[in-house]
Design a protein around this ligand. Structure first.
Ligand code: PLP
Length: 339
């Protein structure tokens, strides 16, 4: 299998429109909480989870036994696979989608079947339903989907949950805040439903590595059995508790990103560049055979974007930053594009 090696080097001094991160950083309340809570003693102790779990349970409106905290969503994906997927198990994913599903599934020696997104990257509902077999053990849906940005409504996901009662279905809601569709309130209704969330995107804490995996309490018992007892560190606990309290920060950031996304789409359209409908904090656009030279030239001008040509010919994924950041990107792109 191919190693997963994201290009994370030398990014600090550049405009980072490449990893779908929060481009202004985390809430100042997170920094305050970290500086006031870190001490030699707190760092010397193994993490205690109960208080943070209660705060997060209150915030997400679930019970503490209906989720587990994870070291980013990536640990949630791996934990979900370790718990519910065996070597040779039939698993259905979408293509293109978040590459780490495939990565961990390959590590677990699962038998992967990929259903292609439709034209314009619409959700292949009928094809996915038709792909479900009696022996399908797991289904992965990123909603909104990375790298395409498309999202699917509750109704379709509920049809899939109904059609696959024997399969564990993971709805990865890493970009929920930019889209507003969530299956989280349905975890008590569907015993096969798992929902993941992350603190890496809107909360601006990708470096902290903190996420949550939600499901019915019976499933969560199994997940916890398979999880390392201290995979989430003490700093992530402090940061996550502070982050969920600053709802205004999240609201303001989402409002800014939605306005900037509009600006980005209008700018791309003006340049005659095709892009795909997005419900997230990124937009995938088609730079044709200029994708790699454009990515490289933007980098030279201090602007980072992610090329996805290995999965979608000609595609570049642009993370939406603030309006000011997007305007800078558009100005740089225009110079290169119209050359
Ligand atoms: C769909 C999706 N899921 C999960 C992740 C990983 O999130 P985390 O940083 O919480 O591991 C990403 C990151 O880009 C993502 O796009």
């Amino acid at each position: 299998m191919a190693p997963y090696t994201p290009p994370t080097g030398s990014r600090l001094d550049k405009l980072r429109l490449d990893f779908n991160e929060n481009t202004v950083g985390c809430s100042p309340r997170v920094l305050e909480a970290l500086t006031s809570c870190i001490s030699a003693t707190s760092l010397s102790m193994y993490p205690e989870y109960a208080a943070a779990m209660q705060d997060l349970a209150d915030f997400f409106n679930v019970a503490p036994d209906e989720f587990t905290m994870t070291n980013g969503t990536d640990e949630a994906i791996q934990l979900f696979i370790n718990t519910f997927v065996e070597a040779g198990s039939d698993v259905v994913t979408l293509r293109p989608s978040y590459p780490l599903y495939r990565f961990y599934l390959q590590l677990g020696d699962a038998s992967i079947r990929e259903v292609d997104l439709l034209e314009n990257f619409d959700f292949p509902a009928e094809q996915l339903l038709a792909a479900i077999r009696p022996d399908t053990r797991a289904i992965f849906i990123s909603n909104p989907n990375n790298p395409t940005g498309g999202a699917v409504g509750h109704d379709l996901i509920q049809r899939i949950l109904d059609a696959a009662p024997h399969a564990a279905v993971l709805i990865d809601e890493a970009y929920f805040e930019f889209c507003g569709v969530t299956l989280l309130p349905r975890i008590r209704h569907y015993p096969n439903l798992f929902v993941s969330r992350t603190f890496s995107k809107v909360y601006g804490m990708a470096g902290m590595r903190c996420g949550c995996l939600f499901s019915g309490a019976d499933n969560v018992k199994w997940l916890r059995k398979a999880q390392s007892p201290f995979s989430v560190n003490v700093l992530a606990l402090i940061a996550a508790r502070a982050a969920v309290k600053d709802t205004e920060f999240v609201k303001n950031y989402v409002d800014e990103i939605l306005a900037a996304r509009d600006l980005a789409c209008k700018g791309l359209k003006r340049l005659g560049i095709r892009f795909y409908p997005t419900h997230s904090n990124f937009v995938l656009f088609d730079a044709g055979d200029r994708a790699i030279p454009i990515r490289d030239a933007l980098r030279e001008r201090g602007v980072l974007v992610r090329e996805r040509t290995f999965e979608v010919p000609g595609a570049i994924r642009l993370t939406i930053g603030t309006r000011e950041q997007i305007q800078r990107f558009l100005d740089e792109l225009e110079c290169l594009w119209t050359r």
